[in-house]
Write a new protein. Structure first.
Length: 124
């Protein structure tokens, strides 16, 4: 499922792929091959970044390529048939150059209280 949204005035707006804009979030859950291609086209992110979370054996990591940032983490999911047990699955977060300007801690917010998100992730 491909969903594009953006927060505006404390409301979450759903956008179409035809009117995507800076600051929008793209959510992919069990994406089809077509949705992967659409996402790669919209974000101009490297193909392996967009597809990285589809491999259940992927390890947590941070990568930077072509001014795109991939943050891949493993998140826990419960077993529905075995309460109290869980596995982990990869969750990929890709920061694109267009969206990077909208994050706190970049040039728009020069303050000692904010840090670049990449630096924060590197220190975890």
């Amino acid at each position: 499922m491909l969903k594009i949204s953006k927060t505006l005035d404390d409301r979450l707006l759903e956008l179409s792929q035809d009117n995507i804009e800076s600051g929008a979030w793209i959510s992919l859950i069990k994406p089809t091959a077509e949705e992967l291609i659409i996402t790669e086209r919209l974000t101009e992110a490297p193909q392996d970044f967009v597809r990285s979370a589809l491999d259940p054996e992927e390890s947590s990591r941070i990568e930077i390529e072509d001014n795109h940032i991939l943050v891949l983490i493993n998140v826990p999911v419960n077993h529905e048939d075995r309460p109290g047990e869980y596995d982990t699955i990869p969750l990929g977060i890709i920061v694109t150059p267009d969206f990077r300007d909208d994050l706190p801690g970049t040039q728009r917010y020069p303050s000692k209280f904010y840090r670049d998100p990449v630096q924060i992730f590197q220190h975890l």
